[in-house]
Design a protein around this ligand. Structure first.
Ligand SMILES: [Zn+2]
Ligand SMILES: [Zn+2]
Length: 180
């Protein structure tokens, strides 16, 4: 493999980087999450967590609910945010794109609600960066896995790839390569 080939991100790294970029658009104060739905190595849809289309952004209000710093800060009020995975699936639905047999890359392990949605949308493979479900939620997730409804794989972006990508972001991208 040539040096320049070695420097190319893997497909997993490529798609998780797109999910990370999508997360930069998140509008909920809880934490940023980005997702990208992929089939046959092509992007079908992207999403990030934020309030429903047309509703005030948590970031614009400065709070999720009055007096609540984060959508996660209340045990009774539901999150205002449509989660990134749900938004990506909704985007596909809105534009009539089939998600059957697709994969999803997401910066956070899907919550149980999103995992159910992913399964029902026919998405078979989930690649995520950071773990989320613990305790009883983890047991529900594990039951879905045991039934073979979906596969979950934790992946990491190598720091070498991330550094190279940051150079692309920090500088004009399409200039002659410096091969060192
Ligand atoms: Zn919020
Ligand atoms: Zn979710």
């Amino acid at each position: 493999m040539t040096f320049l080939e070695q420097q190319r991100p893997t497909w997993d790294e490529y798609f998780i980087m797109i999910a990370k970029l999508a997360a930069t658009r998140s509008t909920c104060l809880a934490f940023p999450v980005g997702a990208v739905i992929v089939k046959d190595r092509q992007v079908l849809a992207t999403g990030y967590n934020g309030s429903p289309s047309g509703s005030a952004h948590c970031t614009a209000q400065g709070f999720c609910y009055p007096g609540l710093s984060s959508c996660d800060a209340s045990s009774s009020l539901p999150s205002r945010a449509v989660h990134a995975e749900a938004n990506a699936i909704a985007q596909a639905a809105k534009h009539g794109i089939s998600t059957h047999g697709a994969s999803i890359y997401v910066t956070l392990e899907p919550c149980i609600s999103c995992l159910k949605l992913i399964i029902s949308a026919g998405i078979q493979e989930v690649f995520y960066e950071t773990g989320f479900n613990k305790g009883e939620k983890g047991l529900v997730r594990d039951a879905f896995l045991k039934d073979g409804l979906v596969n979950l794989t934790q992946i990491h972006l190598s720091s070498e790839t991330a550094k190279r990508a940051s150079i692309f972001l920090l500088n004009p991208t399409s200039v002659a390569r410096e091969i060192s």
